[in-house]
Structures are given as C-alpha cells and as structure tokens.
Design a protein around this ligand. Structure first.
Ligand code: SF4
Length: 428
C-alpha cells in the first residue's frame, strides 16, 4: 500500500520566479513544515510505503503511483487542497482530507474526498487504514474522545525532516482560554489540554540535529507545572526555541520565565490582540489585562527573551484611531516583534456564527480567510480603511531602518538569537 501525503501550497495561481525562489528558500531553509504527516507515518504499519510532498517547494505529479492521497489544510489553503483532491479523484485515487477546516465543515470537505478525518487523527488513523485495506472506507472518521497520551507517538521524520535551519516539536494539544475567534480551542475537544510524557519528548529533541526549534503547542502556559518540568528537562540540550504562551500567565510566573530562559527559549509569541479591554472581554480573552501588558513584557525582557506580540484589527470596539493608538502603545510597552492581522471569523468558531447570524459575512471565498483580508463587515471602521491601515502599520514599523535596528537587538544575546530575530524581522 502506498500513501502520498500532501501539504498544499498557498494559492493556485502561477508563481513568478522570485515568488518561487522565496517560497523554496523560506520552506526549505527557514521554516519546518509541521508534523502532521510525521505523526501519521508513526501510526502507519511499517510495510506501507509513504511519500510526503510539500507543494511549497516540490512539484506534484498527479499521475504518481499511489493507493491513497492524504491532504491536510487550514482554511486559507483549503481551496487548493480541494483542487488537488479533485484531480487525484479524477484519476481514480482514494482521497482523505483532514485538518481544522475539514473538521469544522466536514460535509463540504466530503464533496472532494472519499473520507474526512474530523479532529485529531491519532485514534482514528489506524482504523481508517484497516478499512481502506478492506476497500470499505467510511465517509467520516470522527475523534471520539481526548487523545490518550499513550497514543501520541514520536513523529517519524524518515519521510520529511525539518528545514535546514530549524525543526519543531509538539508537546501538548488544546487550550482552555476559549477565544471566540480561535480554531484550536473551538475544535473537537480543543478546550482540553493534553500532553505527551516528558521522557519521550526529550528523546525526540536529542535526535533532532537542528539547534533551532519551534514548539508548536498552541499555548505552553496552559499547564505551567507540566511546562516547568519540561523546561527543567530541556536544560543542557543546547537548543534554542520559539514558543507560544499567555501574557497574563507569563507576567505572574517568574519561575516559569527563568526556566524557559535556561531551557533555551528566545521568544514568546503572545496574543495581545487589542489595546481595548472592551475588545478583549467581548472576544472571550478575559485572561488578558491591557494594563498589565507593560509589566509582563518587562519581566520577559528581564529574563533575556523577546516578545512577539500579535494584534488584530477590526474588532467591534475598534474605531479608525485604533491604528495610531496601537502603534503608540507598542512603542511604549516595547513589543519586540509586533504582528498585525485583520479579524477573521474562521468557520467553526463562535465568531463566525455570530457574524453569520448578524448578516456580516461578506464572502465565503476561503482563500481570503488568511487574516490579511476583510471577509466580514466591520462595525466601526470602513472595510477598505481596515485593509489599508493594517498594511500601513506594517510598513511603518518594519521600515528598512526598523528592521535593521530590530535585527541588531538579537546580538545582545547570542548568534542564534541574532539569526532568528533577523530572519523574523526581515520576513515581516
Ligand atoms: S489563547 Fe491562543 S490558543 Fe488559546 S484559545 Fe486563545 S487564541 Fe486559541
């Protein structure tokens, strides 16, 4: 049995030489592709043959010999995933689609696939393979309960390794914060935090040759006790890593910050989202207190780590002056790498249901649900202003001068920090 797993690329249009070069460079050299298929490979019997294609830098051959094609996709790339699925189905191949978009709208995904995997596949994948061998695939394979830590395998990197510069690990799943716009917490069992056992993670980390890592967990602050133990075990591995966490927890827990720094953490990515407390309260992010942002960021800096602060524009309490106010706040609270997105109601989230009920969804072209387009009717900012000003603030804060200044800031720590921050800064 031969399986072909595909990471679809962003967009279907023909790329220019420069776009292709940029994509190959970013995905082959800088960013690791994620671990979805490495985990599925680990759950697949050894007598199967597996090939993983990352369409960002590898060409797809629709006539490639295989028994089954597996495709995972988030919402902005799902149109490309469907196009690929249709072409393989036309050639008589079995197609399986999974990922957070297919899990949110399985009936839509089913129109392009023989089977749809809903939720995490750790428990359903072995069953799906047995059904496929009997030529008796079911239309849907739904996650029935929390993933059993026993069923969380170490990803098999034989078929796809990380990039030249970095790789990634995932130690836990789920986040209980419950933000209304978040695809993770609103997915099947997404509000429950489950984690792997620490010895298996350390073993995995030891086997990864790259020094630079991304920890993919949606939030490493969901269970600080577990994370502290993980960090204690990571000290001495000589890795440098980026990870995600909650600003409120980080601001309250100096022991966590100290252990993170000792374990090799370079940067916390935190969802600051908005400088309006009304916005934060109305989107289910009540953990965040705007008044505490400055002191929490100061504490992270004191432990020698950077803050990547993620903001969204277009919430219902945002007015046209939000861009100027946010820029001023970012400078005063010293966010190192600010990132800006346009509010995006992903399918399956309470935000999508709310906007749909209010008749505010402007399009269902999923390719525009990339946090860089306006796909709903904002309340207090004209849609075109929201779009233009979001890009304008990027241009201002990432001017060539600011990029160089930011990159040089990484020199303060060590060469890997410099390389990491320079790359991120240049990328934005
Ligand atoms: S804190 Fe982050 S991961 Fe958790 S629900 Fe909110 S957006 Fe999702």
């Amino acid at each position: 049995m031969k399986l072909l797993f595909i990471y679809p690329r962003r967009g279907s249009e023909k790329r220019t030489f420069v776009q292709s070069f940029r994509s190959i460079f970013l995905h082959k050299v800088i960013f690791a592709p994620g671990l979805t298929y490495n985990v599925l490979a680990a759950l697949t019997p050894k007598d199967y043959s597996i090939r993983i294609i990352n369409e960002e830098y590898q060409k797809l051959d629709f006539d490639e010999e295989c028994d089954c094609v597996g495709i995972t996709a988030t919402t902005p790339i799902v149109n490309r995933a469907y196009a690929i699925a249709d072409l393989f189905k036309e050639r008589g191949k079995k197609v399986i689609i999974g990922g957070c978009h297919a899990s949110a709208i399985p009936d839509e995904a089913k129109q392009h696939a023989d089977s749809v995997v809903i939720g995490n596949a750790e428990d359903t994948w072995p069953m799906l393979l047995k059904d496929m061998e009997k030529d008796a695939l079911k239309p849907f394979y739904r996650q029935k309960g929390l993933i059993d830590p026993e069923h969380m395998p170490t990803p098999d990197r034989k078929y796809m390794k990380g990039s030249f510069f970095s790789d990634g690990v995932q130690t836990s799943w789920g986040c209980s914060t419950g933000c209304y716009y978040c695809a993770i917490t609103n997915s099947t069992f997404g509000k429950h935090h489950v984690h792997r056992d620490i010895p298996s993670i350390i073993q995995e980390l030891r086997a990864i040759p790259q020094k630079f890592l991304r920890i993919y967990d949606p939030s490493l602050t969901s269970n600080p006790k577990y994370t502290k133990e993980l960090f204690r075990n990571m000290i001495g591995l000589h890795k440098k890593f980026l990870c995600n966490g909650n600003i409120h927890v980080l601001g309250q827990d100096e022991e966590l910050l100290s252990l993170a720094s000792e374990a090799g953490c370079l940067q916390w990515s935190v969802g600051l989202e908005s400088i309006s407390q009304n916005n934060l309260d109305s989107i289910g992010k009540r953990t965040n207190k705007v008044n505490d942002y400055a002191s929490a960021i100061q504490k992270i800096h004191d432990h020698g780590m950077w803050v990547k602060g993620n903001f969204m524009f277009g919430f219902d309490y945002d007015y046209p002056d939000v861009f100027k106010k946010t820029r001023e706040t970012i400078q005063s609270i010293e966010v190192d790498l600010p990132c800006f997105y346009i509010v995006t109601p992903l399918p399956g989230t309470p935000l999508f249901s709310e906007f749909k009920q209010q008749g505010r969804i402007l399009t269902k072209d999923w390719s525009l649900y990339d946090f860089g387009h306006v796909v709903y009717q904002p309340k207090n900012i004209p849609a075109d202003v929201l779009f233009e000003k979001t890009y304008e603030i990027y241009d201002e804060l990432y001017s060539p001068f600011n990029k160089i200044k930011r990159s040089l800031g990484g020199v303060k720590t060590d060469i890997l920090s410099f390389a990491g921050t320079a790359i991120e800064s240049l990328y934005y």
